[in-house]
Design a protein around this ligand. Structure first.
Ligand code: HEC
Length: 123
């Protein structure tokens, strides 16, 4: 009986020790996704500067000029692309989206995709 109780106490500890740290698992999952083409990333960085994106979102894409404006660095590319297309079309519209919508006239859909890929590579 004593041994059984001891095993009950130790087993969960062993199970925890056997689990790989969650952070590494996440890293591995990210590494499994194909790395974006460096040329596309460079083009996205250029567009982010040229099309004035930085003026509201910050040069590093994570120091927005207003607390109500979003940080973009590290965002999932597909998500960022979808949001920009929705703001451009008006499907996403709120008090802040108006500021962003004006700028969406400066980028075509392909450029939006390119910038999104660039943003996803930032830390
Ligand atoms: C005049 C200021 C301004 C400029 C310039 C600007 N944005 Fe924005 N952006 C905003 C605001 C404000 C929002 C949030 C809109 C909302 O709340 O719906 C936003 C939202 C976004 C989002 C969605 C973020 C999310 O988490 O959903 C992305 C992506 C984005 N901007 C990228 C860009 C890019 C790329 C450019 C340059 C082509 C740019 N922005 C230029 C103000 C700006």
């Amino acid at each position: 009986m004593k041994t059984f109780l001891l095993a009950l106490l130790i087993a969960p500890g062993l199970a925890l020790a056997a689990d790989p740290p969650k952070k590494d698992a996440k890293k591995d999952a990210k590494a499994a996704v194909a790395a974006p083409d460096p040329a596309v990333v460079a083009e996205g960085a250029k567009l982010f500067q040229d099309r004035t994106c930085w003026s509201c979102h910050g040069k590093d894409a994570k120091t927005p000029i207003m607390p109500a404006y979003p940080k973009l660095a590290g965002q999932n590319a597909e998500y960022a692309e979808r949001q920009m297309l929705d703001i451009k079309s008006g499907a996403r519209a709120n008090a802040n989206a108006a500021a962003m919508k004006g700028v969406m006239g400066l980028v075509n859909d392909a450029e939006i995709k390119t910038i999104s890929i660039y943003l996803s590579t930032l830390q």
